[in-house]
Ligand binder design. Structure first.
Ligand SMILES: Nc1ncnc2c1ncn2[C@@H]1O[C@H](COP(=O)(O)OP(=O)(O)OP(=O)(O)O)[C@@H](O)[C@H]1O
Length: 328
């Protein structure tokens, strides 16, 4: 018999969604009908327990994909399963096992104290009083909600509200957490607090996380896997660790020698970019997929004593931007 762990948390097969748009053309009567292919054949399996950063430029199709995953929108092509369910017809069952935060949209009751929203949500999810209390206590501590639990939501700052939103999404201990721009508009401290709690909660409960964001630090802190979408299709899908290598982005090794030396030899395919500080500092560029740091250091160390070194990585953010640019 298959267990929940065997079933992919998310399975998208050639998933597509078109929007029909009608535009008025200047000087003409009536409207012209056009079709926008927002999602254009995405195939993706996310295993239970994985954490995926789903990133792309504005208009790449991220929100449309999430709306299909949560049963808000019907696909116009292909298929999908979320926790083994078909999202549109099984939207209510799915809501019991999935927690969702749409950064721009609230699921809290604006005029009620934050605490009361949790009461309503607990009743909707049919939590027992004991389940409600213990989970809320955990969320209040983890997300630092105690200072404003009794304040109406409309009086909360953006950072407080987002913490409140996250608690609302996690109250029923969902197996799958889908977050659309959870840290948008937050200051650094609030962002870090939110990320810290998400990491802890995931470590404790083994949840699957699917996250869209424009902040690559969210992905670096929270995700093992990166999926980059561009014009509705997958442009990169792989481990975050291997991302730089897969793109062939050069890394930089800066070696300080104990004694000055005008030249050092490097293996084929490795470039000495600059020799500085009268021969003490050598800047070396290499491709991480072809050359490994220990072998490079051994090669240089055989010629001269190494006093110090630093290793530079290209920023993930820059690489993602490069993928968008290539896609265009
Ligand atoms: N209701 C709609 N009607 C027509 N076109 C739409 C609709 N919703 C989205 N689109 C178009 O579909 C494409 C994908 O939009 P979507 O919101 O999914 O992108 P996104 O990656 O989430 O962007 P962002 O990062 O800006 O939120 C865009 O070209 C957008 O203009």
């Amino acid at each position: 018999m298959s267990t929940p762990e065997d079933v992919p948390a998310i399975s998208l097969q050639d998933l597509s969604r078109e929007y029909v748009v009608r535009t008025r053309r200047p000087g003409r009567l009536g409207r012209t009908r056009g079709v926008v292919r927002a999602v254009d054949g995405i195939t993706l399996d996310v295993a239970a327990g994985e954490s995926v950063g789903f990133v792309g430029a504005n208009g790449a199709g991220k929100s449309t994909t999430i709306k299909m995953m949560t049963g808000i929108l019907q696909p116009t092509g292909g298929g999908l399963r979320v926790l083994g369910r078909s999202p549109v017809p099984e939207r209510r069952q799915l809501a019991r096992e999935v927690g969702v935060v749409f950064g721009q949209r609230s699921q809290l009751w604006w005029d009620l104290p934050l605490r009361d929203s949790y009461g309503i949500l607990a009743a909707m999810h049919r939590l027992t009083p004991a389940q409600h209390e213990s989970r809320l206590a955990r969320l209040v501590v983890g997300l630092d909600l105690s200072g404003f639990l009794d304040r109406p939501v409309r009086q909360l700052s953006l950072g407080q509200r987002m913490r409140g939103e996250l608690a609302a999404a996690l109250l029923h201990s969902p197996r799958l957490v889908i977050l659309d721009e959870p840290t948008i508009g937050l200051d650094m401290v609030s962002k870090e607090g939110l990320r810290r709690f998400l990491r802890q909660d995931r470590a404790e409960r083994g949840t699957t996380l699917f996250l869209t964001t424009h902040d690559m630090t969210d992905v670096e802190r929270l995700c093992d896997r990166l999926v980059v979408v561009n014009s509705g299709t997958v442009a990169y899908d792989g481990a975050l660790d291997g991302f730089r290598e897969a793109l062939g982005a050069p890394r930089e090794l800066v070696v300080d020698l104990a004694e000055p030396r005008r030249e050092i030899s490097v293996p084929d395919g490795v470039t000495v970019m600059a020799v500085e500080a009268d021969g003490i500092r050598h800047r070396i560029q290499f491709n991480g997929g072809e050359h490994k740091v220990p072998a490079l250091l051994a090669h240089i160390g055989a010629q001269a004593e190494i006093a110090d070194l630093t290793l530079g990585e290209p920023a993930i953010e820059d690489l993602v931007r490069e993928i968008y640019a290539r896609g265009r």
